[in-house]
Design a binder for this molecule. Sequence first.
Ligand SMILES: [Ca+2]
Length: 473
Amino acid sequence: MLRNLLLTTTALALSLALAVPAMAEPVKIRLVSKDFATTNPDDVKHVERIEQALKAQGTDIDIELVDLPSSGYADALGVMLLSGDIPDLIYFQGGDAKMAEQGILEDLNPLIAQTTYLKEALYAHNVERLKNYPYLLYVFPPRGPQPVIRKDWLEKTGLAAPQTVDDYVALFKAIKDGDLDGDGQANTYGVTTAENTNELDSVFNQAFGVTSTWMQDAAGAWIHSRVSSQEKDKIAFYASLREQGLYDPEYVTTKWDLKEDKFYSGRVGVIFGSSMEVIDIYGGKMRQVAPDAELVLLAPPKGPGGQGLQATDVSKETRGFAVATTSEHKAEVMKLLDFMASPEGQMMDRMGFEGVQYTKEGDTYKVTDQISTWYARFMASANWTPPVEWKSQAAQESLKNIATYFKPDNAFVWPAEFAADLDATENVYRSWVYKFISGEASMDQWDQYVSEWQAAGGTRLTEYARTVLDPSN
Ligand SMILES: [Ca+2]
């Protein structure tokens, strides 16, 4: 009797399962990302509408967000993956190379090639980085510092926006001598940077002919740009700026927040912003002290060696999404990514929610204040334009410049055995650059610096680089 009942129950369960194919479970995709978690109601609503939109297109997925802390994310992710818990879609912010070596990250190139929107949404640097390292995808504009000045200050100098290196010097002088903050003293530097000269390099490298990390010397041999004659000319220029009181001599102890503070308080005329968002944050903070202030973006200058923004490292993405080789649902994961790259997905991911981050009346879109804290969880397609623009003109021009002046660098990923040489040569370079700029060392001592750099590991690095770089380039 009991046995019969069990049989009947099993048969009933089986027949029910067979009778309702329409109730098939959606495919579960597990996603782990930073600042994208079930604890944020916006994230949950965002995921739900993405699932609905995909379902309407015939792809029924259930996206499960795996919660990891924002602070210490890379470490927490590493621990989780090494324990064998490997989600389908994984956002890395470091630690990916080890996982790629273990074979758990999928080669994304063939998967992207089969997409409709995603393959068209990549930036030039994405394409180059995927060629060199096919495991990470990060569809956002490259970051690169670009200089800004208050528009009213530029107007007060009576100068046009600088076009050449000499124009920049003239502008810095006018800032220093012009008492633009009106306190009766010539106490404003032309420019400052945070902690080192990287931000200046962003616009002056190309001007002085420092075209890439590895360059060929007069004999055609590959040398590191940091020991090149072009680099020497550039450092001599930085030193002359400091000597004339145009470059803040305390740049080396100027952290990011102090750099901004010097700008808002009128102690410096020009600083660099690393992205559209950062430039608009500078503009917003400047308006807290000068309500009508507007920022102007300054273009990279023409110089004796050329013009442009510093070459972009394309050896690999430093962060981004990976697809697990262990995933049983790669096709669905790629459908999700392709949707996020599409106009419908971009509208959601870039603009937030209608009625919250933006409003729509007829065909007219307006953003609200809430847009300033919204951020894309997946990507910012290179070929998608929002229906309303809320970024400042300076910010928009910075994005245009990044596209106009894009140049892939020839830096490559170093094997781990060179880590000590890289650290040591970096330290030698930073310390000598500071000595040259401060005047503690004279430019006549350049050869002494080069010898020290070679001895600290530069010789070994160069020997290895020559085996990697194509000698015909
Ligand atoms: Ca002053």
